[in-house]
Write a protein that binds this ligand. Structure first.
Ligand code: NAP
Length: 293
């Protein structure tokens, strides 16, 4: 285990997020080496006590823990270059990307003697350094445990498993949740506005439903994991009839009905496959395979 404030760290990439990460390490008292392609972005951090490395290789050599946060995985490839960090360095890549990119970067880094954790930051830069910054990490558990307290300076840090692609998958899975809830709320809001109900009036009702549905998830997850969907509350075909009302109301109101039609199409396919008498999460079968081209 590292020491919470004396472990040297390097931060490579000083965009909006990289500067926030380096600032959190400085605030916590860590000796912090920084590098950025455009060196001037390091000025304020240097004024706060950071050391500017002349080259990215120098930055990797300066600390046992190097955080990389650049635009995308092409930029990650550029900064890792032929090096990938000297022996013993733990590289924590907090650049957003896909699970395949994370696994590819891990394959390039690990054989070179560095250890690789891939990560995703589910927060905006001002939240970094507070418990509101959710930072997802995946890769070798030993690498995480070796630097857990130092990484904890950045926010609420969670290790998800040894597969380096997991952090990216949780990231996009979380985004699917976020956009799913927001799109459903916007659909309802658009409907209610046609009757003169403003968004602020509908919002508390929508929030109550979102929280109620969120509470169903643990029980529904058990059904999905068991692969058994007895209709104890309502059958999918009952949901599908209500979906038809949503489609009809949306069309009649002259608002966008694409999302309601998509929901109904998914349910109709599962019903056609013989699942109409089962509970809603039986739709995992539709989500778990490619849809129609
Ligand atoms: P940004 O402000 O645009 O900064 C991008 C950084 O990448 C800069 O330091 C830039 O260097 C560097 N860079 C780009 N291409 C490079 C290359 N080929 N070689 C070396 N360095 C290169 O972006 P950001 O907001 O800090 O985001 C960084 C990462 O964090 C992204 O993957 C983003 O998705 C993720 N993230 C951001 C937020 C957010 O709210 N900002 C939230 C969650 C996750 P120069 O200064 O020289 O251009």
């Amino acid at each position: 285990m590292d020491n919470a404030s004396s472990t040297p760290v390097a931060v490579i990439g000083l965009g909006l997020m990289g500067r926030a990460l380096a600032g959190a390490f400085l605030d916590a008292g860590h000796p912090t080496t920084v590098w950025n392609r455009t060196a001037a972005k390091a000025d304020r951090l240097v004024a706060r006590g950071a050391t500017l490395a002349p080259t990215v290789e120098d930055a990797f050599r300066a600390a046992p823990l190097a955080i990389v946060c650049v635009t995308d995985h092409d930029a990650v490839r550029d900064v890792l270059g032929a090096g990938g960090g000297p022996d013993g360095t733990t590289v924590v890549n907090l650049t957003s990307g896909s699970s395949a990119q994370a696994r590819g970067t891990a394959r390039r880094v690990d054989p070179r003697g560095a250890r690789y954790l891939d990560g995703a930051i589910m927060a905006v830069p001002p939240a970094v350094g507070t418990p509101d910054a959710l930072i997802l990490l995946s890769g070798p558990r030993s690498a995480f445990e070796a630097h857990e307290s130092t990484l904890g300076v950045l926010g609420a840090v969670t290790h998800l498993g040894a597969d380096p692609g997991l952090a990216s998958l949780y990231d996009v899975g979380g985004l699917a949740m976020m956009w799913g809830v927001l799109n459903a709320w916007l659909q309802g809001t658009a409907l209610l506005r046609t009757a003169g109900v403003d968004a602020a009036t509908f919002a508390p009702f929508a929030r109550h439903l979102a929280v109620t549905v969120a509470d169903w998830l643990p029980g529904y997850a058990e059904l999905v994991d068991r692969g058994s969907f007895p209709a104890e509350v309502s059958a999918l075909e009952t949901d599908a009839r209500a979906m038809a009302h949503l489609v009809e109301e949306s069309e009649a109101a002259g608002i966008n009905a694409e999302l309601p039609r998509l929901m109904k199409d998914l349910a109709d396919r599962a019903i056609a496959a013989g699942h109409g008498g089962e509970q809603y999460p039986v739709l995992i079968g539709e989500f778990g395979r490619p849809g129609p081209a």
